[in-house]
Design a protein around this ligand. Structure first.
Ligand SMILES: [Ca+2]
Length: 361
């Protein structure tokens, strides 16, 4: 106890010393305090701390799906094999060669949003004998049939794919179902045979098929231009409330006025692909003046900053190996060349030296 007391005493003495120093330099104290405050506020100024959420009913789809697929006044339109039941919008049934979709009729002009997708993928097929998956869209085009999870290829905008069948078998390290995101500008094709790897922005595996508990996918898009991010959370671990970050990509530039949709496709293999609800929340994000100024330019074509960089990350290993090998051979041949030149030089020099000696004698 005595030791503690003395240490307390010495601490208070040193504190007094420090305090007296601070009294001499009030400006320093003020500065330190300001920096601390700034640091703390920066640490806590995460996106979640400055957001308010508003459910936008016109962009949301939920039970009892009033008028969907029958009334022209509904905000949502069905396509292909999609059908409405009391419990879900079934994009495809568990049958071969089906495709279906549900599309919003209204273009969305929100800057910052979060789409909360409650979905269900289930069927008779055993693991990896099911397919092909479903997609969530924010695109310029709507109501188009096609090969990309039941939507057109060369789409313009954002596609998030819940891919349930591994088409490319050589990458056995990837466990399916696998969720990826892709941004198209109208000219980029989705490579079905390679599960979209050449154009993916990133993704994660997610055990979302034949689950007893509910499965969700959240797509969050905030700060158009400056800090755009797509975040996906999955509710898939034994029904516990556990969310996982799936991907987080800054610099995703999406134009305003695109349409939300969901689609699915089956081929030789099939599944029921169900949408239970789509809930769109408007997010209110505070922006600095600088951020507002930087966002003034209107985005007309979807793009992703550092897209080439992202591609290199996913494609790159073979290319990197090749360039390493090329460097090795370049260095090897340069060294051999140098040695050859030195040897030639020595031979020439010795000949010259000998002939000079002969001249002297
Ligand atoms: Ca696939």
């Amino acid at each position: 106890m005595a030791a503690v007391n003395s240490s307390k005493l010495s601490l208070s003495k040193s504190q007094l010393n420090v305090m007296s120093k601070w009294n001499i330099m009030p400006y320093k104290l003020h500065l330190i305090f300001t920096f601390l405050l700034l640091f703390v506020s920066l640490c806590f100024s995460d996106d979640d701390h400055e957001m308010e959420e508003f459910l936008k009913r016109e962009f949301s789809l939920s039970k009892p799906y009033q008028g969907v697929g029958s009334l022209g006044s509904s905000h949502w339109e069905l396509m292909g094999d999609a059908m409405v039941t009391t419990d879900q919008v079934r994009l495809t049934p568990d049958m071969q060669s089906r495709q279906g979709a549900v599309w919003s009729r209204i273009p969305c002009h929100l800057k910052d949003w979060e789409m909360q997708v409650h979905f269900k993928v289930h069927g008779q097929g055993k693991k990896n004998l099911n397919g092909d998956g479903l997609a969530i869209w924010y695109t310029k085009e709507r109501m188009q049939k096609g090969p990309v999870f039941g939507n057109m290829d060369n789409f313009t905008g954002l596609g998030v794919f819940v891919d349930t069948y591994p088409n490319e078998e050589k990458y056995i390290e990837r466990i399916f179902p696998f969720v990826i995101a892709m941004v198209g500008n109208g000219t980029i094709s989705y490579d079905h045979e390679r599960d979209g790897r050449p154009t993916e922005l990133g993704g994660c595996n997610a055990m979302v098929r034949n689950q007893k508990h509910d499965t969700f996918l959240f797509i969050r898009y905030i700060r158009q231009r400056l800090r755009q991010k797509i975040k996906m959370f999955l509710f898939d671990i034994d029904g516990q409330h556990e969310w996982r970050d799936c991907l987080d990509i800054p610099g995703v530039r999406l134009p305003l006025g695109y349409y939300f949709g969901a689609s699915a496709i089956t081929g030789d293999l099939s599944d029921n692909h169900d949408i239970i609800s789509l809930k769109l929340y408007q997010l209110t994000v505070l922006r600095s003046k600088k951020e507002e100024e930087e966002e003034e330019d209107v985005v007309t074509i979807p793009s992703v900053d550092n897209m080439e960089l992202l591609r290199c990350k996913t494609l790159g290993q073979n290319e990197e190996g090749m360039s390493g090998l090329a460097i090795f051979f370049t260095v090897l041949f340069s060294m051999l060349g140098c040695i050859f030149l030195v040897v030639i030089g020595m031979v020439v020099y010795s000949h010259w030296n000998e002939s000079r000696r002969k001249r002297f004698y």
